[in-house]
Design a protein around this ligand. Structure first.
Ligand SMILES: Nc1ncnc2c1ncn2[C@@H]1O[C@H](COP(=O)(O)OP(=O)(O)OP(=O)(O)O)[C@@H](O)[C@H]1O
Length: 359
């Protein structure tokens, strides 16, 4: 079966500014896929090109195998939900959802059945006759979603649809959106600059930087095996330790860091002895060891900040660099100024090229 979406060498520039740069991206049907990246990296432009609101300067966009690069929005079977999700204020909930179905020329009993089915999906059956002004923000958002899903698009495009909501409602809607996607089996292409939002909902995350795909993968892989400094820093927090490769095979990478032998997972890139690398150690992967051991290293607690369900610690090691550790209750009672022994599980550390190192 053809992938539902394919971008093939797609470039879009506005004057001199290249918004999307030779993008290649394949999306499989039925997945929740998120374009994630900082402001200006080209996420919205990518989404708008798939929606037909922008035409690429070069390259092709295929929808279920068919070239739609130059088709206008109403001639391609996708639908878009924007942040401001403007419902038609003079139409009730049912008529808002029915709008796209009427345009398609469905008969009124088929429309009624589909509207009720969609309202049931978001537990709003009793709200069919309400006007948008009589709904809460979350309810309006659900109606906007159902309106976009009503004509059964091949892909639903969502451009930061939750960013106007307050934090609590936003979290609720993230769970709900994912659940709607699972229940309908539709392909959702979601745009956000919020890494937590992306991790919560996505089957696949496409991390974008400067108009290009930096890395694509499922949330767990992106978090545990970032392949660049950009991804390591953009998704979660990372300690980046300068090290040299001693040896590398399919089982793992042996390294020297700060005069010590340490280990990490095998790298996604080919590595050889002497290569300069960065070890990515997540704050929660640092372990406090009860006694000094050959495997650990010494550090001094410089800062300890209580955060409720965890404590954040800044630890200075003997080369003067500082590491961040995330400590769960009961893991360590070490106080500021105390000397500690630390280590990490090599299965919880990964290695990336040190792009700043010569050679
Ligand atoms: N209509 C336009 N005219 C000129 N430049 C544009 C236009 N739309 C976008 N750009 C530029 O293209 C680049 C990518 O913009 P885009 O909106 O795709 O980024 P984004 O990743 O969605 O950012 P944000 O999260 O801020 O929405 C930016 O540098 C932006 O300034």
């Amino acid at each position: 079966m053809d992938p539902v979406v394919q971008f093939q060498n797609v470039t879009k520039a506005y004057g001199q500014a290249v918004a999307v740069d030779d993008l290649n991206l394949t999306i499989q049907a039925g997945k929740f896929v998120t374009l994630l990246g900082p402001s200006g990296c080209g996420k919205s432009t990518t989404l708008r090109m798939l929606g037909g609101f922008e035409i690429p300067n070069s390259g092709r966009i295929l929808l279920a195998g068919k070239d739609v690069t130059r088709l206008p929005p109403n001639k391609r079977n996708v639908n878009i939900v924007f942040q401001d999700y403007a419902l038609f204020p003079h139409m009730n909930v049912a008529r808002n959802i029915a709008f796209g179905l009427e345009l398609k020329g469905l008969d009124s009993s088929a429309i009624h059945k589909r509207v009720m089915e969609l309202l049931a999906l978001v537990q709003l059956q009793d709200y069919a006759a309400r006007m948008p002004s009589e709904l809460s923000g979350g309810q309006r958002q659900r109606v906007a979603l159902m309106r976009a899903l009503a004509p059964d698009p091949q892909v639903l495009l969502l451009d930061e649809p939750l960013s106007a909501l307050d934090a609590k409602l936003r979290q609720q809607m993230q769970i709900e959106l994912k659940s709607i996607q699972e229940r309908t089996g539709k392909t959702f292409l979601f745009v956000t600059h919020d890494q937590e939002e992306a991790l919560t909902m996505s089957d696949q995350i496409v991390v974008m930087n400067n108009g290009k795909v930096e890395q694509m993968g499922d949330p767990h892989t992106l978090y545990s095996r970032p392949q660049s400094v950009f991804v390591a820093n953009f998704i979660g927090d990372a300690n980046l330790l300068r090290a040299k490769v001693v040896g590398a095979d399919a089982q793992g990478t042996a390294l020297t860091w700060n005069g010590r032998q340490v280990g990490a997972l095998p790298s996604a890139h080919a590595m050889k002895q002497g290569d300069s690398v960065l070890i990515v150690v997540r704050p929660e992967a640092l372990r406090f060891l009860s006694v000094p051991s050959g495997e650990g290293f010494a550090g001094k607690i410089r800062k300890r900040v209580f955060k409720g369900n965890h404590t954040s610690m800044t630890i200075e090691v003997d080369d003067g660099s500082q590491l961040n550790a995330l400590v769960h209750p009961g893991e360590s009672e070490a106080i500021s100024g105390e000397d500690v022994w630390l280590g990490w599980n090599p299965r919880a550390a990964t290695v990336i090229r040190d792009e700043s190192a010569a050679g």
